[in-house]
Design a protein around this ligand. Structure first.
Ligand code: GDP
Length: 197
C-alpha cells in the first residue's frame, strides 16, 4: 500500500459536478477538528496535501484527490460546527446525503472519531445514517497518541459495545495517530484489499 503519487484534482459544491471517471473512491468525514487533514496527510505521506483544500472557504466543499493514479481520496467537509443556523444545518445534511446516495463509485466511507472524547451523539447519528442507508463504512479512531494502550483498548471496546446496541455486526475500524504515524499501513491495506475486489 505505498503511496507513489497523490494529487489534488478538484473541489466541488455539488455532487453532480464531481469527477465522472469510474475510479474507486474512499471518503473521509468527521467532526471539525477531529484530525481529518492531518490523517489525510499522514496516509499519503504528504505534508500539506489536505491543506490545499483546507484553506478558508474551501472547507464546505467535496475535495477529490487522486492517489497512485488508481483511487480517489475524498475529503468531505467537517460536520458539527457549534455556531450554525438550523437552515444551514439542514442544507449541509442534504449536501452530505446527496453525496452518499449519489456517488456510485464510492467503495467505503471512513468516519473519523476523536479518541479523546466520549462517544459523541453526532458521530453515532451519522454512523446510524450510513448503516441504515447501506453505505459501507469504517471507523477511524484518531489521536491515539493521546491515550495509553490500555485506555485505547477500553475506549474502542466501549465504542463497539455502543454500536452493538443497534447493529449485529461491527464495521471495520482502525486506530490511528497522525503525529506518531500509527495506522497508515492498516488503512492503506484495507483500501487496497477493497478496491481490488
Ligand atoms: P480537521 O479539522 O479535522 O482537518 O483537523 P486537523 O487535522 O486540522 O487537526 C485538528 C487539531 O488536532 C490540530 O491541532 C492537530 O494538530 C491535532 N491533531 C490532529 N491529528 C492528531 C494526532 O494524531 N495526534 C494529536 N495529538 N493531535 C492531532
Amino acid at each position: 500500500g505505498k503511496i507513489k503519487s497523490a494529487e489534488f484534482v478538484v473541489s466541488n459544491s455539488e455532487v453532480a459536478k464531481c469527477p465522472k471517471n469510474p475510479i474507486p473512491e474512499y471518503a473521509f468525514i468527521g467532526r471539525s477538528n477531529v484530525g481529518k487533514s492531518s490523517l489525510i496527510n499522514m496516509l499519503t505521506d504528504r505534508k500539506s496535501l489536505a491543506k490545499t483544500s483546507g484553506r478558508p472557504g474551501k472547507t464546505q466543499l467535496i475535495n477529490h484527490f487522486i492517489i497512485n493514479d488508481s483511487w480517489y481520496l475524498v475529503d468531505l467537509p467537517g460536520y458539527g460546527y457549534a455556531r450554525v443556523s438550523k437552515t444551514s444545518k439542514k442544507k449541509f445534511q442534504k449536501f452530505i446525503t446527496n453525496y452518499f446516495e449519489q456517488r456510485q463509485q464510492l467503495v467505503s466511507a471512513f468516519v473519523l472519531v476523536d479518541i479523546r472524547h466520549k462517544p459523541q451523539p453526532i458521530d453515532l447519528e451519522f454512523i446510524q445514517y450510513l448503516g441504515e442507508s447501506g453505505i459501507p463504512f469504517g471507523i477511524i479512531f484518531t489521536k491515539a497518541d493521546k491515550l495509553k494502550p490500555k485506555a485505547i483498548e477500553r475506549y474502542v471496546e466501549d465504542y463497539c459495545q455502543q454500536l452493538l446496541k443497534t447493529w449485529e455486526e461491527l464495521p471495520p475500524y482502525f486506530i490511528t495517530s497522525s503525529s506518531k504515524k500509527i495506522g497508515q499501513e492498516d488503512v492503506l491495506n484495507f483500501i487496497k484489499a477493497t478496491n481490488e475486489e
